[in-house]
Ligand binder design. Structure first.
Ligand SMILES: [Zn+2]
Length: 431
């Protein structure tokens, strides 16, 4: 089976490539990239005017299965992924049962294989039941296929426990992903602490609730030599701490999410529960610092923290609504605003949405080098449209970008050399 992508603008930061080229795919791998490839027996895709890049990778999603299938399932989540241009996602462990044992990891992998749309990389829990008390069987989880460890949703309070966990994780070559939030500092906060929380009379979560934990994590990474990846960076202070840590050579990597560089606390003004997220949306000064952090490499990558909830769960008071918003089907167009604003170049954006995620977590893809798996995303950079949450493949609708006019969309998603999404249509793999 051969696929020939003709005349697209091929952007592959993993090999410093940005040129109009043809891409030949054969037997599931990238065979050749040249100016003019002829292959009479190949299925051809005309990519003129389109961007051809390594498949996008999202290292932070919640697929809710097992246990919360009414919010999202592996199937609906992976459908949303490929529709958003993602060929691989990493799923967090806060399911029910928690992914703190081999059975759950194997179940996730088996379901993803059956769905046949995108690669699924499970993230194992650091602690049994996400309780922060007893270590999960890290070696067994690694053997079953987890690519990282995280108690995401919950911070790890016990610093001695985190130190020990990181020592084990280092031994097994796994990063620990930190949900950096001192909930005791945040108390019953539901939004950013500042002018808007005072105005709305809602309890706030100060920026330092995040920064205290980022600082602690950096110190423990330095002490152990282990790798900590800071999830969903939301404050200017966190960006500064991570920048300084990297200068010292400490093994810290970091992600932010599209909502932290495109929305401020203003978004919750009308008590919009779809803008309630953990950590909370911050201020314009934080947005500027995050953009700078993305630009200078302090923030390595963009992830969505895709967190589906049932519409009825969000239809309540702001205080009672669960935190989280979905992102798989909006991440690319919202992130593309960074290119439009001149914050990032196209190659820099692709690097943060594909190459860096693959490099940091040791995943397949993230490159179009010949011999690499043929996970490819084709983007129409000029396509303008209005975001319509009701048209999402995700089960959930908790999207604060609903109704936004955006530009740029994934039009074809290719997994292992097979088209799994094309112009609004999902096509599961046949093998
Ligand atoms: Zn989190």
């Amino acid at each position: 089976m051969k696929l020939l992508i003709k005349s697209g603008r091929v952007i592959d930061p993993s090999q410093n490539l940005d040129a109009i080229l043809d891409v030949l795919i054969e037997d599931g791998v990238i065979k050749d990239i040249q100016g003019n490839i002829e292959a009479a027996d190949a299925q051809k895709i005309d990519a003129q005017g389109k961007i051809v890049c390594p498949g996008l990778i999202d290292v932070h999603v919640h697929l809710r299965e097992p246990g919360f299938e009414y919010k999202e399932t592996i199937e609906t989540g992976l459908r949303a992924a490929v529709a958003g241009g993602f060929t691989a996602v990493c799923c967090m462990a806060n399911t029910n049962p928690v992914n703190d044992n081999q059975e759950v990891t194997r179940y996730l992998l088996k379901r993803a294989e059956e769905v046949g749309l995108a690669r699924l990389y499970p993230i194992g829990a650091v602690s049994k039941g996400l309780k922060g008390e007893e270590l999960a069987p890290i070696g067994e989880l690694k053997e079953a296929g987890v690519v990282a460890l995280s108690d995401d949703g919950q911070p790890i309070y016990d610093s001695g426990f985190l130190r020990r966990a990181l020592e084990y994780a280092k031994y097994f070559g796994l990063p620990i992903i930190s949900h950096a939030e001192d909930k005791k500092m945040a108390r019953d906060g539901v939004m950013n602490e500042g002018r808007m929380s005072t105005l709305l009379g809602l309890p706030g979560i100060p920026a330092v609730a995040e920064e205290i934990m980022v600082f602690r994590d950096i110190k423990i990474a330095a002490l152990t030599g282990g790798h900590i990846h800071i999830a969903h960076v939301s404050t200017a202070g966190s960006v500064e701490l991570i920048r300084e840590a990297k200068k010292k050579g400490i093994r810290i990597t970091a992600e932010t999410c599209p909502h932290y560089f495109s929305l401020t606390e203003e978004a919750v003004r009308d008590f919009n529960t779809n803008a309630k997220v953990s950590p909370p949306l911050r201020t314009d000064a934080d947005i500027q610092a995050i953009k700078q952090g993305l630009k200078d490499g302090t923030i390595d990558l963009i992830a969505t923290d895709h967190a589906p909830h049932h519409p009825l769960e969000k239809e309540t008071t702001f205080e009672d609504a669960p935190s989280g918003l979905i992102g798989l089907e909006t991440s690319l167009p919202i992130s593309l605003k960074l290119v439009e604003e001149g914050v990032l170049t196209w190659p820099e954006l692709i690097d943060k949405m594909s190459c860096k995620p693959a490099q940091i977590f040791g995943l397949k893809g993230g490159s179009l080098k010949p011999g690499t798996v043929a996970d490819v995303t084709i983007i129409d950079p000029e396509l303008t449209y209005q975001i319509d949450a009701n048209s999402f493949f995700s089960k959930a609708r908790n999207c604060p970008f609903n109704g936004w006019k955006v530009k740029g969309r994934a039009v074809i998603t290719i997994l292992g050399g097979e088209i799994v999404y094309q112009h609004g249509e999902i096509k599961p793999r046949t093998i």
